[in-house]
Design a protein around this ligand. Structure first.
Ligand code: FPP
Length: 243
């Protein structure tokens, strides 16, 4: 079975700009073009879920002008792509600490979340001001509140409770996680949701990421054997277990 849910850490915008003697923000602009290209292509390929790491909680520490540029690019992306999302049945949602976002960004995100809420053909999830460990913390807080209200007993807490309390509650596990630019780190991206994912690290910088690179990662995923703790022989006998 092909990957249903692909998550991408879009790394290397700054280096792309530096190589050309340009400001880092030029790399982000080019990176936004790659986002458009890959979203369109993923939809054409029939992918169900695409989650993109657009802005980490740690990125607030970057120079203010760079943060501003990233926020502006996000708003621009939402405005430019809304008709295309609607025309292609793509529902957009966001995960992350949206309360930290400037109001104009939050409003732009929520407007497109509302306008595409009925779309069913693909889900595009933007992780904005997101950090996986922080998301686990807010999930634990929710569960503790439930316990304090007497709605949950400690002995009954299972995986399903944790998964349901994460901001990704309505999303399937990540099948394939791609990180560009040669870095081999997860950087707090979907730590629980991608804990069984196949990881693919590509050497090229995100602004150079082409549809062929996406296809190559999908093809490599198809060749890998996901055993979920079983043996190859068990999987051969009953391939449905490997789902
Ligand atoms: C990493 O490059 C990338 C980011 C911090 C943000 C990703 C943002 C975009 C691709 C553009 C805007 C997004 C959308 C959804 C329109 P880096 O700056 O860390 O690169 P470096 O490691 O080479 O410095």
């Amino acid at each position: 079975m092909g990957a249903r849910h692909v998550a991408i850490i879009m790394d290397g915008n700054g280096r792309w700009a530096k190589q050309r003697g340009l400001d880092r923000t030029a790399g982000h602009k080019e990176g936004a073009k790659a986002v458009r290209r890959i979203v369109r292509h993923a939809r054409e390929q029939g992918l169900e879920w695409l989650t993109l790491f657009a802005f980490s909680s740690l990125n607030w520490a970057r120079p203010p002008y760079e943060v501003r540029e990233l926020m502006d690019l996000l708003v621009q992306f939402l405005a430019d792509e809304e008709p295309e999302l609607l025309a292609n049945g793509i529902r957009l949602t966001a995960i992350g600490e949206r309360a930290y976002l400037p109001r104009y960004v939050r409003e732009a995100l929520e407007r497109v979340e509302r306008s595409t809420a009925h779309c069913r053909d693909m889900r595009l999830v933007l992780a904005v001001s997101y950090d996986g460990r922080r998301d686990v913390v807010q999930a634990v807080r929710r569960l503790v509140h439930m316990a304090a209200r007497g709605e949950l007993l400690a002995a009954d807490v299972g995986e399903a409770h944790l998964m349901a309390a994460l901001s990704t509650a309505d999303m399937p596990d990540v099948d394939l996680l791609i990180r560009t630019s040669g870095e081999r780190r997860l950087s707090g991206f979907l730590p629980i949701e991608a804990c069984y994912a196949e990881l693919i690290f590509t050497e090229g910088l995100w602004p150079d990421f082409q549809t062929a690179d996406f296809d190559a990662a999908m093809a490599e995923y198809d060749h890998r054997e996901r055993r979920f703790g079983m043996t190859s022989a068990q999987l051969e006998a009953a391939p449905a277990f490997g789902r």
